[in-house]
Design a protein around this ligand. Structure first.
Ligand code: ZN
Length: 264
């Protein structure tokens, strides 16, 4: 988690205590068992009228497989209350996501009538519905990126931006220093996932679980348009990833460097 946490501070200097508290809260979120791949926290003191006094804005963006959760709260005049409220809200959002995916799994296990899936009604209307949905999502990502970097991007431009992010060649982007590359990277990955979803829609594999081959439920695709696995397989894959991460951590901690290797 510590490695996936990005903390950005604007218009104030954050004390070590406050920064430590944010790290602690972020670690606690992951300890709940959610596979958080990125956690972005922005602490800001937005400009307000004098009579309103100073207030702190704590904004959290969480990337979990297939989704990005954005937590926005009203600014609070006490920084510590603002931090606590923001993370409380983040935890509730993660709980919601987990409850929804658990109840979907349960419904399927109980053999209840599943919501319509794509292959049951493979009609052109359904494909159009999905295509429109993917377009909406992609336009929103492009809008976000344009707002963030403050200039128009052609579609070729966004691809180029991604290539630059992949090789971490910041100079190629010609962006100002204060552009948040972590957030930009998150948005670009979402854009790439959506482009891939378009390709799969055209070749007829969209909406099918890549692991077990069953149809992913349409209502889940509406929430996670670039989903590639059914909820059951996703949960198993994530559990496996956690085990592998733990194994890697164990190996790193206990394996001595090979003989003859140069330290440092
Ligand atoms: Zn599956």
């Amino acid at each position: 988690m510590n490695r996936s946490l990005t903390l950005t501070v604007r218009n104030l200097s954050l004390s070590d205590v406050a920064a430590g508290l944010i790290r602690e809260h972020a670690e606690k979120l992951e300890s709940l068992g959610h596979p958080i791949t990125a956690c972005r926290v922005v602490v800001d003191v937005p400009h307000r009228h004098h009579h309103q006094g100073k207030a702190y804005d704590v904004h959290i963006t969480l990337a979990v497989p297939g989704a990005e959760l954005v937590i926005n709260r009203e600014p609070h005049e006490d920084l510590y209350v603002a931090i606590r409220d923001a993370f409380d809200a983040a935890r509730r959002r993660l709980d919601d996501v987990r409850r929804r995916s658990a109840s979907n799994t349960r419904r399927r296990r109980n053999g209840a009538k599943a919501p319509p899936s794509i292959s049951i009604e493979p009609g052109a209307a359904r494909k159009d519905h999905i295509r429109a949905m993917l377009h909406r999502e992609r336009d929103a990502v492009i809008d976000d990126v344009e707002t963030q970097i403050g200039r128009r991007l052609e579609e070729a431009g966004i691809e180029q931006m991604g290539a630059a992010l992949d090789v971490e060649d910041r100079a190629a982007l010609d962006l100002s220093e204060d552009v948040d590359l972590a957030l930009l990277g998150m948005r670009y990955r979402k854009y790439k996932d959506l482009s891939d979803a378009f390709r799969r829609l055209e070749d007829g594999t969209y909406g099918r679980c890549e692991t077990c081959g069953i149809d992913i439920l349409l209502h889940r695709l509406e929430v996670e348009p670039s989903a590639r696995h059914c909820v059951g397989c996703l949960e198993r894959l994530e559990a496996l990833e956690r085990v592998e991460r733990e194994e890697q951590r164990f190996k790193t901690a206990y394996t001595p460097p090979p003989r003859g290797s140069v330290a440092g």
